[in-house]
Design a protein around this ligand. Structure first.
Ligand SMILES: [Zn+2]
Length: 350
């Protein structure tokens, strides 16, 4: 069984502080390649930048299990230079532009510090402050000495912090998944062939997973991700029925999301594993959003797929918050579920 402690926390911190906006995942890829050195039978980086690492198990009739975790995060791309260190930018991935003004950012491979400028309260009217500033009126300001090139990415500058049972960071979606998959490779169950895919470009349409699933040709796929919780009590006293998932209730098993209907045999297998091992889990509420499973299940002639996520609050913003226990239980549930997995699970009734 995987150990869980300071080493895992350090790994998560390193991954969260790295910058890897979709299409520019090099920093996280480098960490992954270093961490998984010697853990797999074969490691390769494919044409799009996915890291594909395979580790064969032992014994007969082993299922080929693709485990996918996306390396990319939402962020910004510089698209026009207005001079004086001011850059126009586009959003990469899904983000609410109301949340952008006033946020510190890091630009390009040198992590040049900058800010998404916001006019101060002194210079705005009450009417101004009611309006959402459109994206084309926002600028990333790195100052006249700052060096940046068009096409470079920027991320939120939030540094990873821990406070007791919680961590606060940018990009927990999906550095939780990346760290989990590294740990699963470190403790690979011998009853399966583990096909690990650290994927690119998930946040802009599950693109890396599509080619990764084609190349790996698995019997089944599991996307490991991090999903919004929205579990705060409703402020007007009404019951919160839009929580999606809740912090502290364990890994979120998907039955359906905007891109996939989970394979019910895999859902049942994980539920039974969690119950047998005494690991808490929750069912993520159906709705929008998608994971790499959205691409994996449509690969080749079809791949039974499922997603499992660590819940967090404040998805796709500058700072997310999550519980370490939920991460630990996600790792334990996946490890327990995988070590009990046989081809018979997929031979069962749907
Ligand atoms: Zn994600």
């Amino acid at each position: 069984m995987a150990a869980f402690g300071n080493a895992q926390l350090k790994l998560l911190e390193k991954l969260c502080n790295a910058c890897a906006v979709s299409g520019d995942e090099g920093e996280v890829r480098q960490i992954v390649l270093e961490e998984i050195q010697g853990l797999a039978d074969e490691v390769r980086v494919d044409a799009l930048g996915n890291v594909l690492a395979t580790k064969a198990g032992r014994g007969r009739n082993r299922p080929r299990v693709m485990l996918s975790a996306h390396m990319d995060e939402v962020g910004f791309m510089l698209v026009a230079d207005d001079g004086d260190g001011l850059f126009r930018f586009e959003i990469v991935g899904g983000m609410d532009i109301r949340q952008l003004p006033g946020k510190a950012v890091l630009v390009g491979p040198d992590h040049t510090p900058g800010v998404i400028g916001a006019r101060p309260i002194h210079l705005t009217t009450a009417e101004d402050r009611k309006r959402v500033i459109p994206l084309d009126a926002l600028r990333i300001d790195i100052g006249p000495a700052g060096k940046a090139k068009l096409g470079q990415r920027a991320t939120f500058a939030t540094r990873f912090q821990r406070n007791g049972p919680v961590v606060i960071a940018k990009a927990l979606d999906n550095r939780f998944g990346v760290a989990t998959l590294i740990e699963l490779l470190r403790n690979a169950p011998e009853n399966i062939d583990l096909l690990a895919a650290f994927t690119v470009q998930e946040e802009i349409g599950l693109r890396g997973a599509k080619v990764a699933a084609h190349a790996l040709d698995p019997d089944l796929g599991i996307a490991i991700d991090s999903t919004p919780a929205n579990d705060l009590p409703a402020h007007d006293g009404e019951e919160n029925t839009t929580y999606n998932t809740r912090l502290g209730c364990g890994p979120a098993i998907y039955i359906a999301d905007g891109s996939t209907l989970s394979d019910p045999r895999l859902v049942r297998h994980l539920e039974l594993s969690g119950e047998a091992l005494g690991i808490p889990f929750q069912i993520r509420q159906p709705g929008g959003g998608g994971t790499d499973a959205g691409s994996i299940h449509k690969a080749r002639a079809g791949v039974p797929s499922l997603s499992v996520s660590v819940p967090h609050r404040y998805a796709h913003t500058a700072a997310l918050i999550a519980r370490l226990d939920d991460w630990k239980n996600t790792l334990l549930l996946l490890q327990g579920g995988l070590s009990r997995l046989t081809r018979a699970v997929l031979a069962g009734e749907r």
